[in-house]
Design a protein around this ligand. Sequence first.
Ligand code: FAD
Length: 480
Amino acid sequence: MEMLDIVSKPSKFLKHFKVDVEGELEDYEDWWFEEGLKISENIDRLGTPHLRMFDRFGNRIDEILYPKEYWDMLYRGYKLGVVADPIESGNLLKFFKIGYITSFFDPGLYCPYTVSLSTAIPIYKYAPEEIREKYLERMLRRDEEVWQGATWMTEAKGGSDLGNTVETLAEFDGKFWILNGEKYFASNVGAQLAVVAARFKGEGKGVRSLGLFLLPRYRENGELNYFIRRIKDKIGTRSVPTGEVELKNSQAYLLGDKNNGIYIILEVLNISRVANAVGSVALAQRAIYEAYIFAKERFAFGRKVLEHPLMKRQFYDRISLIMKAFALAWESAIMLNGVFLEKPPYSNFYHAFRLLAHLAKFWTAEISVQTSKWSMEVNAGMGVLGEYGVERLLREAMILPIWEGTPHRQVLDALEVIVRKDAHKHLYEHLKDYDPEGEILKIGEEIKSLEEEKRETLADIYISQLAERVSNILIKKYFS
Ligand SMILES: Cc1cc2nc3c(=O)[nH]c(=O)nc-3n(C[C@H](O)[C@H](O)[C@H](O)COP(=O)(O)OP(=O)(O)OC[C@H]3O[C@@H](n4cnc5c(N)ncnc54)[C@H](O)[C@@H]3O)c2cc1C
């Protein structure tokens, strides 16, 4: 039963992988056990923050209303430097450690941190100097005055195929880029800044005519610069408001070179895909923990449920699985740390990172869903009742495969980076000391050798196989 102890706290699991989480991060975890979890459960049960659209005089204000405790919960991460530390130190790992601990309790709350960092990084890398100076400092505050970010690409006609479905248009007026259009899934809506995908007016469809724009909440004259049409009613991640946003002659700034828009958009998505992978494992760990605390007390057929051989084996299998999933997620975080300041054209190591990030996003989210479902089965009747929180884990988990790109997109993009950039070769270079049989190369070459239609047809099967093999290889890296 010793092995089960590592699932009882996020910090124990992280330490098992020799990730340093001493001091303030352990205090943060303690706060979650003592106070945070109750706040988070209330927000989940009572509903997501809501929208006040007009003031009493009929003026549009689009204010999101939160319970006070929400802010206590949210600011804790900013105070720890969840966004400030990575930008100031040039090292992203604290962001992922905070994300792991946060997601164990509330994966939805990791979203505001993730989209804020995914806004701060392109400002840091690509904004003109005066814009960077004006906005970045506010995002790096470690108090209640901190400015949050958001990342809005998806429109009503679809989020996977941005080249065809983004209809928001951008036109330069000599001072600002003026945006007109709508965003259909806009998480952390109400944020002071957002990065938004829009199409350069008159340039036709396709990914090449897309750019990434920085959109402040307020116009230069203090009026609203984007409008919130409504807040979505979601099955999970209810602690982050996801809205529909209208852009009406909104003032924005172009980030980076006009010809690199799609690459910069993908850079933003890659940060949140890795965060999603880290958060997915944390949620799966929590699900195992919730199964454990029930099974170690509940009796059936004269023994504690946990002591039945079938159950014992399943617990060990689940823990082995999340260890492999963590190895995949953490390695993608480490690799992102090495490439997040790169700009196009990218290094081979960046392509290796992209492949690993797709594997991690795809595979860990699936494990999170399956493990939450299994935890519900272990808790059985008690698992489906709203009052005990286990059903929440499954609801939260169901979002993880979908946002930041669906499983279909992840596996198809993984194929693309193998075929077009030989990413499997670069990933093999990175991990060859732990892959003596060259398994990464073999699977990658097999994928390349397939005729295109067949390759797409079998994408999920091949990419699952590759993710599984790479995770085994990484376990050797972390524990040999
Ligand atoms: C809670 C929540 C919050 C979100 N927040 C944000 C946000 O803040 N910002 C943002 O930009 N987006 C956000 N999204 C949107 C999310 O990124 C999209 O839902 C996702 O990218 C998929 O887009 P879609 O829902 O439009 O599905 P579609 O793109 O319409 O896809 C429909 C189906 O077709 C499949 N499909 C597409 N192409 C292929 C293919 N080539 N082969 C096989 N199958 C394919 C998809 O996988 C999916 O199963 C959020 C979503 C959720 C659920």
